[in-house]
Each structure stands twice: as C-alpha cells, then as structure tokens.
Design a binder for this molecule. Structure first.
Ligand code: ADP
Length: 585
C-alpha cells in the first residue's frame, strides 16, 4: 500500500490543495479582512472619541480625563486648537511638543474628524489615532483617542491561527481520504494482478473468484473479461494438450521408428518402434549423438549430410549378425525449424528385413529357374547335335535319342507350367473362381487319375472319404492340382508293394485332406524345407522321376490362399503324411 504511486499522488494533490487553500485564505485575510478590520477599528475609535468629546463638553472641562480614557478603553489626549497638548492619559501632556502638524489633527481641524496610523513619538509603538472637534466652535479643543494597532493585529493573528488549524485538519482528513480511495481502487486491481499472476503460473480454471466477479463495481467487467480469457485459455490449453497427446500416441504406436535429431545428430525424441528396431532403450538414445550408439559408417554419413540436404536422403544398413540380422532403412527429412526455433530433422527407421528377404528370394528364384531350365535345354541341344552328327541316319539309335528329347521337352513344359502356376498363386490374392464343393467328390475324382499308374507301380491305393459330404468354398482347379501333387509324390516316392492312403475327414469347422504313404520318407532336417521352391531331398532321384521341386510349393500356396494350412509328418524309410486343412462352409 505504501509503495503505491497512486497513494503518493493523492497525498501530493491533497497537500497542494491545502497549501492553495491556505495561500488564498491568507491573501484574502491580508487584502480584505485587514482593511475591514482597520475601518471597523477606526469607526469604533471615532465613536469613542465623539462620546468622550461630548462627555467633555457637557462637563465643561470638569472631567477626569483618565476616567474618560478608561471608558473609551484607549489613550486620550486633549489638544488645544493651536496644537498645544493640554492633557494625556498615558503621558505628561505638558512635556509633549505641539501636535498641530499631526495628520489627524490637521484633518479634524478641517473636517471635524481626522485619522492616522503611525508609530507614535510618545509611546514608540504603532498606534491608530482618531481626533475629533467641533468645527463650528472656534474655542473647542480637539480630543484624540489612540490605541495600539496590536489589538487589531491580534485579531488577525487569531484568524491566521484558525486558518492553520483548519489547514491541518484538512491535511489529516485529506490523507485519510487518499488512503481510503487508494484502498478502494487498489483492491480490485490487486485481485486482477493476482489473477493475472495465477494465469501465468497455469491456474486458468477460475482465475478470478466468482464472488469477486459477482460483487459488481467498476472493475467487475474487467474481472469478468479476464476470467473468460482464462477459461478460453484453459480450453485452448486442453485442446493443445489433447492434440499433443494424440500426436504422442500416434508417434508411439506407428510401426515405423521415428527419431527427432538436431543438426549435430543428437537425439531429441524417440518412439517405441525406433527403440525396438535399433535394439536400444530410449535412455540410451535420447540426449546423445546417434552415432555414439550406432557406430555404423552409413549413420555417420547420413548425419554428416543432414545439414546440407534439402530433400529426404536415406541409407540402408544391417544390424545384428547371423539369422537375427535385420536390414534397416533410415530416411532423413531435410532440417526444419520447430516452434521454439530449433533446427530438427526426422529420421524414419523402417524394417526392410522382409523386403530384403523377398528380394533375395526373387533373385534366388530367377537363378533357380534359369538353372532348372538350362539342364533339359542343354540335354535337348546335346541329343539334337548327336542326331545331326549322323545318329539321325542310324535307325536303331535315333529312337532312344528322340525319346530323350521328348522327355526333356515334357520336363520343360512341366517346369514352365509349374512356374506359371506359382507366379499366378503368388500374384493377385482375389480369386473369383471359387465355389462351394464337396471335398469327397473332388478328391475321389483326382484319385481316379492315379488308379492305372499305381497298379503299374504295384502300389495299393486306399480311399477313405468323410462320412458326410465335406463342403468347402474352393477353387476346383487349384485344389485339384494340389491334391494331385500330393498323391503324385506319394506314388512317386513309394516303392513297389507299398500303400498310399487318401482320406477326407471333418474336425469341428475344418476339413482335412490327408495323403499318407509307406514310402521312403523324408529326413527330419529336410522336412521343414520341402515346401520351399526347387527344394528336393534327392535332386537326381526327383529329376529321374520327372519332379520339378515346385509341387509342394504349389500345394502350400493353394492351402494358404484358401485360408487353410499344410503340414507334413515323415519318418525316413517308413513313410510320410501330408495334410491340407481347410475351413468348412
Ligand atoms: P518334386 O517335384 O521333386 O517332387 P515336390 O515339391 O513335390 O518336388 O517335393 C519336394 C521334395 O520333397 C521332393 O523332391 C522329395 O524329396 C520330397 N517329397 C515330397 N513328397 C514326398 C513323399 N511323399 N515321400 C518322400 N519324399 C517326398
């Protein structure tokens, strides 16, 4: 309160006003009251002088001048018309010089009354003098009354003191009022200041107390406005917090890794996916240069170019070793300025392991296909050349050569057809040709094709259909080919006297097509790989039997495309069983 400038200003105004009041009153007293008092004193002295003069005349000179003076409450001097002092109440009249030249005497001789104020020679103090006489009587003396001016001045002084007392009182009352007014003005301002301070510290919900707003008063509108500013700011803050939470949760939950780095490559922010992909914790990454934890030349180069690039740049790198190697692609955006004016770049970390694996598979496939095609083509070329070299004319020999050429051509055809199947099955996931079919009928139809071949190879074919029709939505052609491949393998890899059993069965909401044989079996370590393209346990044997190494791969694709599964069990030398399981419909 005492540091309030308002208070000191009000006090200054008050002091100034009181001083002005004192000055004006003083001037008034000096200029007007002093004159009026003088006039009054003179009139009073005049009437006293006249009364004394009359009393003197009536008494015919037999009067005690001192008594007259007492009644007039003044000094009385009796003066002859020639100026000789006859008597004086306060001094020895005979010793006094002629008073003829005194101003009041001169005036009285002319007008009957005369006045003057001066320092008297007799008493040596300032006096008011009034002299009277009778102008019609040439012998009449002059009677003069005199009184010290102090009497009049004392009244003026009393007035001045009164004035000072009033000024003092005004000063005290004015200061009190100034204090009160300051309090009145300052208390709502104080509330506003506290509210504004609260707002800067984040207390936005109810910056100004409801009671204060309801109290009315000159500041209530301002308080209400401040309050609604606070409430709106709270809403905005809530919105922004919501948005930032959303962004944070998006950032946390995207599958790509995100890192926010500064121009020196120091990590400012990192999401969960990034920690997972880089195999480092947030604590290991945040606040440190990225290359400190990822000592890869690719990262170093990327961070080096970060400051200069104006379009996204990316690097690929391998993390880890052996089977757990992951291929990561890191894309860096050009530097941008954050709201705080700091330069940042976003590093996007993507797991490219699967891409790289698929890429590798594609490359392997092309290499395998070329190799597979090359073998029969080389054979055909060799047989044709042999024929051209003369074997053509040898009727006995050309038969087997031409037979070999036909076998290789068939092999080529089978290869190309299997490759085409594989690429078709791997291609578009949609399949319009599906229909609801009874698997019993489908498998039985395929099985019938093998009857002759099995008899020829002395392999028993057993058929165990499901008790009830086993309906499923399938692509007839694809599933028939898959079943055909399974039965073909079973017959192919089962020696004479063996048995191939084909069954359809229903388990809850799934149907299972099983093809089992008592054949050569598959070594345990090779079993997981038999569904890979071109994988063959025994290449020479497979080739001799007209296999392409693509049959089981096709079966697997068909099963998966139907929302089903394929699995295999086998024991070397005892036999194998392959099962396709499909959802019932
Ligand atoms: P292939 O055309 O060589 O038969 P598949 O993809 O059909 O190619 O089979 C891959 C490999 O799995 C075969 O080369 C063979 O070694 C093995 N195999 C498949 N079915 C059987 C089975 N019923 N008995 C033994 N081995 C099998």
């Amino acid at each position: 309160m005492w540091r309030s400038r308002l208070l000191w200003r009000l006090l200054a105004v008050n002091i100034f006003a009181v001083l002005a009041f004192v000055a004006v009153s003083q001037a008034y007293i000096e200029l007007n009251l002093r004159q009026a008092l003088r006039a009054e004193t003179m009139a009073d002295l005049e009437s006293r002088a006249r009364l004394a003069f009359m009393a003197l005349r009536q008494a015919g000179g037999q009067v005690d001048l001192n008594e007259v003076g007492r009644r007039a409450d003044a000094r009385v001097t009796l003066i002859r018309r020639d100026g000789v002092v006859l008597a004086d109440t306060d001094a020895d009249g005979r010793a006094m010089e002629s008073h003829l030249q005194r101003l009041e005497i001169q005036q009285a001789l002319v007008n009957g009354v005369g006045m003057d104020t001066r320092i008297g020679q007799t008493l040596r103090r300032e006096m008011d003098y009034v002299a009277v006489t009778d102008t019609k009587d040439a012998d009449a003396p002059l009677l003069r009354v005199a009184r010290p001016t102090e009497v009049t001045n004392a009244r003026l002084n009393a007035m001045r003191q009164g004035l000072l007392a009033i000024a003092g009182a005004l000063l005290i009352v004015g200061s009190g009022l100034a204090l009160f007014a300051t309090h009145l003005i300052r208390s709502p301002i104080e509330r506003l200041r506290a509210a504004a301070e609260g707002m800067t510290e984040g207390r936005l919900d109810a910056p100004v107390a409801t009671a204060a707003r309801a109290a009315g008063g000159d500041f209530s509108e301002l308080e209400a406005a401040l309050h609604s500013v606070g409430v709106q700011m709270r809403q905005r803050v809530n919105e922004l917090e919501g948005q930032s939470r959303e962004l944070a949760s998006i950032m946390e939950n995207v599958s790509d890794g995100l890192l926010l780095v500064d121009p020196q490559g120091e990590v400012a922010l990192v999401n969960r996916a990034a920690t997972r992909l880089l195999g480092l914790s947030a604590a290991q990454l945040e606040g440190k240069p990225l290359w400190q934890n990822l000592r890869h030349p690719e990262i170093h180069d990327l961070l080096d170019t970060l400051r200069e690039v104006d379009r996204p740049s990316s690097v690929k790198m391998d993390l880890g070793a052996g089977a757990s190697t992951r291929t990561l692609e890191i894309v860096a955006t050009p530097m941008f300025e954050t709201a705080e004016g700091e330069k940042r770049s976003v590093l996007l970390v993507r797991d490219r392991t699967e891409d790289r694996r698929l890429e590798q598979m594609r490359r392997d496939f092309v290499a395998d296909v070329s190799h597979e095609l090359k073998t029969p083509l080389t054979s055909i070329k060799a047989y044709v050349e042999t024929l051209l070299d003369g074997a053509m004319d040898d009727v006995e020999a050309r038969g087997p050569f031409l037979e070999k050429i036909r076998n290789n051509a068939e092999r080529l055809t089978k290869l190309v057809s299997d490759i085409l199947d594989i690429s078709r099955l791997e291609g578009s996931p949609t399949d319009d040709a599906r229909q609801r079919m009874d698997l019993n009928l489908l498998v039985e139809r395929v099985l019938a094709q093998f009857k002759e071949r099995a008899e020829r190879r002395r392999v028993t074919l057993e058929w165990v259909p499901a008790a009830a029709p086993a309906f499923a939505v399938v692509n007839d052609e694809d599933l028939s080919e898959a079943v055909e491949n399974l039965i073909d393998n079973a017959v192919k890899y089962t020696p004479e006297g063996g048995k191939v059993s084909v069954s359809v069965s229903t388990h809850d909401d799934r149907h299972e097509i099983a093809v089992s044989d008592t054949g050569i079996g598959i070594p345990r370590e090779s079993l997981p790989r038999v569904f890979e393209r071109f994988f063959r346990v025994d290449k020479a044997r497979s080739r001799a039997l007209g296999g392409t190494g693509l049959g089981l791969s096709i079966v697997k694709h068909v099963a998966l495309r139907h929302g089903g599964r394929i699995d295999a069990d086998s024991e070397l030398g005892k036999g194998s069983v392959f099962r396709i399981s499909l959802p019932a419909a």
